[in-house]
Write a protein that binds this ligand. Structure first.
Ligand code: PLP
Length: 427
C-alpha cells in the first residue's frame, strides 16, 4: 500500500492487507518459529534465496506488517522494528560502521543517544564528533574525516526542541559521501517526512507518539533506498562486498534498494537479537491507527500551553518551535508546517530550585521518565534523563540546568493550564 493512499488511510489500513478469510485485524503471530515442508525449502531460507520467516529473532509477520506501515508513512522502501528506540539508533549506525570508523552527530540529541555515541560506540572503536547543528556548513564540514561513515541528527531534539535544518545536514552529508540518519521520533511522519528533505535513513523510538499510550518500548528503522552504497568503492563494504556468513552473498547485488534493511535483519538481528516482540508490535499498531488524530491535538494543546507560559510573569523563558518568537520558528514553518510536537521546554525565574518545586506541585501532570504520550507529563532532564552529563555536556546538548521538559498530552488544555497555574501559585 506504499504511497498509494493518504497518510490517514495508511495509519489505519497500512501494513496488513488480509486475503480472503483472514483476520480483518492484524493478528499477533505469537510463534517463535515457522513450518516448512522440505529440508530444501528451509535451506533456501538460510541462504537468503527465498523470502520467508524462519525465526522470530530475525523477523515475524506481525512485526513486519507494522514495520511496513511505518515505512509507508515515511515514504521509504523497507523497514524493521527493534526492541527499543536505542536499539534502532544503535543498529542504524552499526549496520554501516565498524571499529575504526567515525560519525558526525548533532550535539543536541536525546541523552541516551549521546551516551550511546560518546561512551558505548567509543568502546567499540567508533568515534563521534558532535557539532552545533545551527553552525554554518563550513563550520560543520570541519568535523568530517576520511573515515566518517554517517551523519546524525534529530528532526526535533529531545529535550531542547530545536528544529534540525534537514536540507543543510543532507547537503553536508552527501558532499562527504555519507548517508544522513534522522531520528524522527518527536515529529513523527504525520508532521515531517525527512526523506522529502534529503535524509537517507530514519529512526524512531516508537515508544513515544507512535505507541502514544505509554504501553510498549520499541523502535523502528526505515530506509529511503536513496543512498547509493555502490558509488563509493569499498567504503561501505559491509553492504557492497561479499558477506562470508552467507556464503559470499553481496547485499546490494542480491537485494537492491532493500540491501540496508535486509543486512540489518539477517546479520545484526541474527547476531545481536533485539527485535520487537509481536505483542508489542500489535500494541504499537493500535497506537499508529490514531497517530494522525492525536498529533494535531498534541500540537494544538502545546501551542496554547506555550503561549500561556510566555505571558506568565513567573516564567523566564519558553522554547516551542511553533511560537512565532521562537528561534526555530522559521525552520518549523518550513519542515513542520502542520505543527511540531507536544513537547516544549521552559525555565522559571527562580532557576533550577524554582523549577524543581514547580514540578513537585503539579497534580494532573505526572513526573515520569517518559515523553510524548497521551497523558501530560513533566521531567527535569538535568536531574533525571541527562544526569550523567557534565554541565558542559548539558549545555552542548541544549539542556539548561533549569530546563523543564513539558510533554503536553491530549487532555482538555484548560485543565492542563489550570494545573500549571496552581503549581506556580503553590510556591
Ligand atoms: C526516547 C527516545 C529515544 C530512545 O528510545 P527508547 O525507546 O526509550 O529506547 C531515542 N530518540 C529520541 C528522540 C527519544 O525521545
Amino acid at each position: 500500500m506504499n504511497n498509494k493512499f493518504k497518510t490517514s488511510t495508511i495509519c489505519i489500513q497500512g501494513g496488513w492487507e488480509p486475503k480472503k478469510g483472514e483476520p480483518r485485524v492484524l493478528p499477533i503471530y505469537q510463534s517463535t518459529t515457522f513450518k516448512y515442508d522440505t529440508s530444501e525449502q528451509m535451506a533456501k531460507l538460510f541462504d537468503l534465496e527465498e523470502p520467508g520467516y524462519f525465526y522470530t529473532r530475525l523477523n515475524n509477520p506481525t512485526t513486519d506488517a507494522v514495520a511496513s506501515k511505518i515505512c509507508a508513512l515515511e515514504g521509504g522502501v523497507a523497514g524493521l522494528l527493534t526492541a527499543s528506540g536505542q536499539a534502532a539508533t544503535f543498529f542504524a549506525v552499526l549496520n554501516i560502521c565498524e571499529s575504526g570508523d567515525h560519525i558526525v552527530s548533532a550535539s543536541t540529541i536525546y541523552g541516551g543517544t549521546y551516551n550511546l555515541f560518546s561512551v558505548t560506540l567509543a568502546k567499540m572503536g567508533i568515534e563521534v564528533t558532535f557539532v552545533d547543528q545551527d553552525s554554518t556548513e563550513e563550520e560543520i564540514q570541519k568535523a568530517f574525516k576520511p573515515n566518517t561513515k554517517v551523519m546524525f541528527g534529530e528532526t526535533i531534539s529531545n529535550p531542547g526542541v530545536q528544529v534540525l535544518d534537514i536540507e543543510k545536514f543532507s547537503r553536508i552529508a552527501h558532499s562527504n559521501g555519507v548517508p544522513l540518519i534522522v531520528d524522527n521520533t518527536f515529529a513523527t511522519p504525520i508532521n515531517c517526512r525527512p526523506f522529502e528533505w534529503g535524509a537517507d535513513i530514519v529512526t524512531h523510538s516508537t515508544t513515544k507518539y507512535m505507541d502514544g499510550h505509554a504501553t510498549s518500548v520499541g523502535g523502528a528503522i526505515i530506509d529511503s533506498g536513496n543512498f547509493d552504497w555502490n558509488a563509493y568503492g569499498e567504503k561501505f563494504h559491509g553492504l557492497t562486498c561479499p558477506d562470508p556468513s552467507y556464503h559470499g552473498l553481496t547485499y546490494t547485488k542480491a537485494f537492491g534498494k532493500a540491501a540496508y534493511i535486509t543486512k540489518a535483519t539477517v546479520q545484526l538481528m541474527r547476531d545481536l537479537g533485539s527485535t520487537q516482540s509481536p505483542q508489542n508490535a500489535f500494541l504499537l499498531n493500535l497506537g499508529l491507527e490514531t497517530l494522525h488524530l492525536r498529533m494535531p491535538r498534541h500540537c494544538e494543546n502545546a501551542l496554547k500551553v506555550a503561549k500561556y507560559l510566555s505571558n506568565n510573569p513567573a516564567v523566564a523563558w519558553v522554547n516551542y518551535p511553533d511560537l512565532e518568537t521562537d528561534k526555530y520558528n522559521a525552520l518549523a514553518k518550513k519542515y513542520l508546517p502542520n505543527g511540531s510536537c507536544g513537547v516544549l521546554s521552559f525555565g522559571l525565574k527562580g532557576g533550577r530550585e524554582a523549577s524543581l518545586k514547580f514540578i513537585d506541585n503539579l497534580k494532573l501532570t505526572a513526573i515520569v521518565t517518559h515523553v510524548a504520550d497521551a497523558r501530560t507529563s513533566v521531567l527535569h532532564p538535568a536531574s533525571h534523563t541527562h544526569r550523567q552529563l557534565t554541565d558542559e555536556q548539558l549545555l552542548a546538548a541544549g539542556v539548561a540546568p533549569d530546563l523543564i521538559r513539558f510533554s503536553t498530552g491530549i487532555e482538555d488544555v484548560d485543565d492542563i493550564i489550570d494545573d500549571i497555574q496552581q503549581a506556580l501559585d503553590a510556591k
